[in-house]
Ligand binder design. Structure first.
Ligand SMILES: [Zn+2]
Ligand SMILES: [Zn+2]
Length: 351
């Protein structure tokens, strides 16, 4: 993620900021330019302080402080480029619903930042009956008072996100239960949209041979594979070929996990690049690393991995110094790197 600057006072500004903490002026993110702008009121609209003729509306979800994205004044769209895919949303009239929606919205906009950087396919339901649609769903309370949790998932562009996972307690419980080292809202968005990208960029373009050579045959029965996954557990030695236990379930899940990881890695590396974070550990030249490039524009995934691997080791160590778990609790073996490389070459249109 980039670091931005207030157009009014020059103070550093972050992607999710609403106002500049130095000068107090209103901020909004313009997805077309991938830029934060400092704004002043201009009648019903908002004008950029550095170019007052350029005017915007805020996304309607900014009215309840769920979103900070802008819509060009000339646009006929009602919602911003992230919120426009929403179907069901949490009840903003309750404190719980609002809190959950704010956390989910932040992850959703972060996801779309990556989609915009790579210009990934993202039709909505108006353009395509199998386009993207997000339902942010609450768990069902059954007549006996018990709770039926929502299943997170993807089906032909329709993505369901469980709003209860915006609560740290619920999400951590689920992480423990599933024996996962990492579970976040952003991870859910990146994984589920990975299924959509597979449909669009592998299935609908007929790139099956290249996909199967790396991930295996996705024609294996999905229902049986999921059943076997939960009944039999993972294959022995899975960690050398799969980025996560869940990725072992089926080639579709493996792809979605790898897609999520390419986004985790490239976005984190962009942040390191923007801050100029470099590794030059004394006596450990083998860990020297510096992202002297914008990883969203790099085509060679090896360059990305060569910096990310030592950087993630250092970041994990810093987390341990704070008594936290690994920031990136995953190991990129050569076989896993080859999968990430394929996904990266697919989304950067090299295959
Ligand atoms: Zn400012
Ligand atoms: Zn919005």
């Amino acid at each position: 993620m980039r670091l931005f600057r207030c157009d009014n006072c020059g103070n550093p500004v972050h992607f999710d900021n609403r106002t500049c903490i130095s000068c107090g002026m209103r901020l909004g993110f313009a997805p077309e330019a991938l830029c934060m702008h400092t704004l002043q009121p201009a009648g019903e609209l908002w004008a950029r302080v550095d170019s007052p003729t350029l005017k915007y509306r805020f996304c309607p979800n900014a009215g309840i402080d769920v979103c900070n994205w802008l819509i060009a004044a000339s646009s006929t769209e009602s919602f911003c480029q992230a919120c426009r895919y929403n179907g069901l949303v949490p009840d903003a009239k309750t404190p719980q619903g609002l809190r959950r929606w704010r956390a989910i919205g932040e992850a959703q906009r972060h996801l779309f930042y990556s989609f915009l950087r790579w210009d990934l396919p993202r039709p909505g339901r108006r353009e395509d009956p199998q386009g993207l649609l997000f339902d942010l769903k609450d768990d069902e309370i059954l007549p006996d008072g018990s709770c039926k949790p929502v299943l997170i998932g993807h089906d032909e562009g329709h993505i369901v996100i469980r709003t209860a996972e915006a609560d740290d307690l619920t999400r951590e419980q689920q992480r423990e239960l599933m024996n996962e080292p990492y579970r976040t809202l952003l991870g859910h968005f990146r994984h589920e949209t990975g299924h959509f990208i597979w449909n669009r960029m592998v299935r609908d373009t007929g790139k099956f041979d290249g996909f199967r050579a790396v991930f295996g045959d996705e024609r294996a029965d999905y229902g049986q594979a999921v059943d076997a996954h939960y009944k039999q557990g993972p294959p022995a030695g899975w960690g050398s070929h799969y980025i996560s236990y869940y990725a072992t379930t089926h080639p579709w899940e493996d792809f979605a996990e790898c897609f999520a990881h390419v986004l985790h890695i490239v976005d984190s590396l962009e942040t390191a690049h923007i801050y100029g974070i470099a590794l030059a550990p004394l006596g450990h030249q083998e860990m020297t690393a510096f992202a002297d490039f914008d990883p969203y524009t790099v085509l060679d995934f090896d360059r990305i991995a060569d910096v990310w691997i030592p950087l993630s080791v250092a970041l994990n160590s810093i987390h341990h110094s704070m008594g936290e778990r690994d920031l990136y609790p995953f190991i990129l073996t050569p076989a896993i790197k080859a999968k990430l490389k394929y996904v990266h070459s697919l989304i950067t249109r090299q295959v």
